[in-house]
Design a protein around this ligand. Structure first.
Ligand code: PXG
Length: 445
């Protein structure tokens, strides 16, 4: 395959590098809900970048906040020093989550947020004298980033199989909750499947609770293709965790900051986890930022030794980076002015969700389509695989869509849509119509 020489050096993440470099898809600009490609084409950003730009691209107040911050304080050491913005943003995030007493530990990505949360979980039990609580329970098909902790608790086979010897020991996986024979073409949460949470009881019986530190789940599984939790499932997990003293961690890297039309998925499902990991939309992805919301009682367990000693030996050079924080402050003000989600773009996302639901389900019966799912401002369709060529069908649909002015996500046999909150109902209808034409075109080639 001929590779463009100018594209040689960047080994691109999660990309078919050889194919891409022979057939590059370069983005040159972003404004509002649109990207402009290098060949001048404008495409609708049907995935909010990578689920991370709810305000679209280069929103004025975020750009201005970064510009101003860069000229005032570009970097501040955050070990043993601090800058005011990070404290303000931590407090805003805790309040937005309805957990004002929580503490926020900043990271630079979702992967780091997950690894941080796992470390907090194990160290917390140890600090309380329950040092045997070390096992972590993840879930099949989960995506928790690519750190050693994240791939260990994650459940995407391709992300794990090459790295088996590097994974942390003592991890189990709950079954995933997707069964198309029971929940095909569900609108919102499926009725079937709450009982799958009881598998946690089996793992507790097997290992004994005294050996289990935490359960980590994405409340809605995003990356694997929008797997929506069955009604009652998450509440049941919460119940079992509480009964056995196991921490429950929600990985809200995709769902946090409004994707479901509420500040967090925890609000949407009315289930209170002990920790919440976040990243992406927290600052519209303008500068890398992630973090963990930590229940006060967990934080307090660390605050025991002499006060001049470090309580948690963990952190990153860029934890709470001033530019990322400035972008977060401006983003949060747009998503939820003065902390009020209903008056900001989070409220608009809630209002748009039914439009996405109605339009995406109109694709039922189109060629290739085998399932459709949605929740909040996220949706996915599954397509029939091409015999012997896993993943190729969805890629073909993706290419057809891009040619027609729509960017979306393909992964395995799934296509995912997660439009920016600033999209209009008409833009969402157009995106789905484009997807319809793309399915028909891919099916006839
Ligand atoms: N947890 C969850 C739930 C995620 O979705 C991460 C952790 C890792 O975040 P970082 O910032 O380290 O990438 C993620 C990331 C996709 C897609 O289209 C999903 C993610 C990233 C890129 C693409 O499925 N999720």
């Amino acid at each position: 395959m001929h590779e463009e020489p100018a594209l040689r050096s960047w080994w691109m993440p999660f990309t078919h590098n050889r194919h891409f470099k022979a057939h590059p898809r370069l983005i040159e600009r972003g404004d509002g809900a649109y990207y402009t490609l290098a060949d001048g084409r404008r495409v609708f950003d049907g995935l909010s970048g990578l689920w991370c730009c709810p305000l679209g691209h280069s929103p004025a107040t975020v750009v201005e906040a970064i510009r101003k911050q860069a000229g005032t304080l570009d970097f501040s050491p955050t070990f043993q020093m601090g800058h005011p913005g990070a404290f303000r943003v931590a407090s805003s995030i805790a309040k937005l989550a309805g957990r004002p007493d929580d503490r926020v530990f900043f990271t630079n990505s979702g992967s780091e947020a997950v690894d941080t949360a796992l470390k907090i979980a194990v160290a917390y039990h140890r600090a309380r004298g329950e040092a045997t609580r070390t096992r972590i329970i993840g879930r099949e098909r989960a995506y928790h980033g690519v750190g050693m902790g994240g791939i260990s608790v994650g459940g995407i086979p391709a992300n794990r199989k090459m790295f088996a010897p590097l994974m942390i020991p003592g991890v189990d996986h709950l079954p995933h909750t997707f069964d198309p024979s029971k929940m095909g073409y569900s609108r919102g949460q499926p009725e079937w499947g709450a009982h799958l949470a009881d598998e946690l009881e089996r793992l507790v019986a097997l290992h004994d609770a005294s050996n289990i530190a935490a359960v980590i789940v994405e409340p809605m599984q995003g990356s694997t293709g929008v797997i929506v939790p069955p009604k009652g499932y998450l509440a049941r997990l919460r119940e079992i965790c509480s009964k056995h003293g196991i921490l429950l961690i929600f990985d809200e890297v995709i769902t946090g900051f409004g994707r479901l039309g509420t500040p967090f998925a925890a609000d949407f499902f009315d289930v209170r986890p002990d920790m919440i990991t976040f990243a992406k939309a927290v600052n519209n992805a303008a500068v890398p930022l992630g973090g963990v919301l930590v229940n006060e009682s967990i934080y307090d367990a660390f605050m025991s030794g002499p006060p001049h000693l470090i309580e948690f030996f963990h952190g990153y050079t860029y934890s709470g980076h001033p530019l990322a924080i400035a972008a977060a402050e401006a983003t949060l003000e747009q998503l939820a002015p003065n902390g009020d989600a209903s008056r900001g773009w989070i409220g608009k996302a809630a209002a748009l969700a039914p439009v996405l639901e109605d339009t995406i389900h109109s694709l039922r019966g189109e060629p290739l389509v085998t399932d459709i799912r949605n929740l909040g401002l996220a949706a996915a369709i599954d397509v029939t695989p091409l015999p012997g060529q896993a993943g190729l069908q969805a890629f073909k649909v993706f290419e057809q869509a891009l040619d027609r002015g729509l960017y979306l996500r393909f992964t395995g046999e799934t296509l995912a849509l997660a439009p920016p909150f600033i999209a209009t109902p008409d833009e969402i209808r157009t995106a789905v119509e484009t997807l319809r034409q793309s399915l028909r075109a891919a099916a006839s080639h």
